[in-house]
Ligand binder design. Structure first.
Ligand code: UDP
Ligand code: MG
Length: 156
């Protein structure tokens, strides 16, 4: 797969949904030019949260993380584009909002690590796993062209 077709999984976390930040966060993703190929609001069950964050099982923050992620709806998305995994992590900023660069989502919209407004896959492998966890293949809509893709196509 060409790197311009790399996919990542992103979730606007419950605190951001409740604070009315959905539009502002999606705006930043659209500004960047990433192609949104799937998007839905859902309530994360405790079981789904445990699958999503299985790597953190046993850590001190694990129970609170599971409770929090299943405390209200999230906005789940699949993004496609050039280096989306790394690029999206850059747009999000460090896990700890006070370490995140100003201008990133976590620096600009969050105060605490616990309520850091957004999740993004940390590798291409994690992205595949998380996309499969949250979306069925029929829910993905990759067959439309962004302006960037149209330009690349016309340039051969
Ligand atoms: N988290 C937390 N306390 C910690 C570490 C992580 O509450 O000490 C939460 C935080 O919401 C973070 C999520 O657990 O986003 C997953 O942690 P990870 O280290 O995977 O960070 P991320 O990949 O989200 O940057
Ligand atoms: Mg992580």
């Amino acid at each position: 797969m060409h790197s311009s077709e790399e996919r990542t999984f992103v979730a606007i976390k419950p605190d951001a949904v409740k604070r009315g930040l959905i539009g502002r966060i999606i705006k930043r993703i659209e500004n960047k030019g990433y192609k949104i190929i799937a998007l839905k609001m859902l309530n994360v069950t405790k079981e789904l949260a445990e699958q999503h964050y299985a790597e953190h099982l046993g850590k001190p923050f694990y129970n609170r993380l599971i409770t929090y992620i299943s405390s209200g709806p999230i906005i789940a998305m699949v993004l496609q584009g050039d280096n989306t995994v790394v690029g999206m992590r850059k747009l999000m900023g460090s896990t700890m909002p006070t370490d995140a660069e100003v201008g990133t989502l976590r620096a600009d919209f969050a105060q605490t690590m616990e309520f850091n407004v957004i999740h993004g896959s940390d590798s291409v492998e994690s992205a595949k796993r998380e996309i499969n966890l949250y979306f069925s293949p029929e829910e993905l809509c990759p067959d439309w062209k962004t302006m960037l893709e149209l330009v690349m196509e016309s340039e051969g």
